[in-house]
Design a protein around this ligand. Structure first.
Ligand code: 5GP
Ligand code: ZN
Length: 113
């Protein structure tokens, strides 16, 4: 399978890793849209939220906790931060490996575009 984020998990593509645990890897987005913009991904390949099955509940739960850990580690949780998951074309998902955007370091507008 030719998946960019699987290659990042396997350390075959360089990136700025900020956090790792048994279930997830977190690294800085190559095109940040906020002062802090990190992507948190499961170590296993899951293509998109709409492909998830009941058996994935533990993996996805761990990814969310990893995102919480990243936000804490980077000091975002004092002021607040946003987690974003784009699912499918209309949402702008451009990499078919589930990823949580952790955005912080500025005031974030709502609703998003
Ligand atoms: P999506 O648009 O699928 O929600 O988010 C994909 C994100 O991956 C984008 O924000 C994009 O900038 C980021 N991205 C794409 N390729 C790379 C890469 O090679 N390295 C890193 N660090 N981020 C990437
Ligand atoms: Zn993958």
């Amino acid at each position: 399978m030719d998946c960019l984020f699987c290659k990042i998990v396997e350390k075959r593509v360089p990136c700025d890793v900020v956090y790792e645990d048994a279930y997830a890897v977190a690294f800085r987005d190559i095109r940040p849209v906020a002062p802090t913009h990190v992507l948190v991904i499961p170590r296993v390949h899951l293509a998109a939220i709409h492909h998830l099955r009941d058996a994935d509940i533990s993996t996805v739960g761990h990814v969310m906790l990893a995102a919480r850990n990243v936000a804490h580690q980077l000091g975002l949780d004092s002021n607040g931060y946003r987690l974003v998951i784009n699912d499918g074309d209309a949402a702008g998902q451009s990499v078919d490996h589930v990823h949580v955007h952790v955005l912080g370091g500025r005031t974030l507008m709502w609703p998003p575009g």
